[in-house]
Design a protein around this ligand. Structure first.
Ligand SMILES: [Zn+2]
Length: 54
């Protein structure tokens, strides 16, 4: 099981958010902190917040 951890840059809150069971190719999840869509990439151990169109 792939686990990717990150911090949410959109909320002034400490602590990591952890995504478990991530597909090896990466997948879209919902950030538990800000409820935005995030692209989770286990290969880079990276979580990118998808920018929302205004
Ligand atoms: Zn977030």
């Amino acid at each position: 099981m792939t686990v990717v951890s990150a911090t949410c840059p959109r909320r002034d809150r400490s602590g990591e958010i952890v995504f478990t069971g991530v597909s090896e190719d990466g997948e879209l999840r919902e950030c538990p902190d800000c409820s935005s869509e995030v692209a989770v990439d286990p290969r880079c151990n990276e979580v990118l917040h998808v920018e929302e169109e205004p």
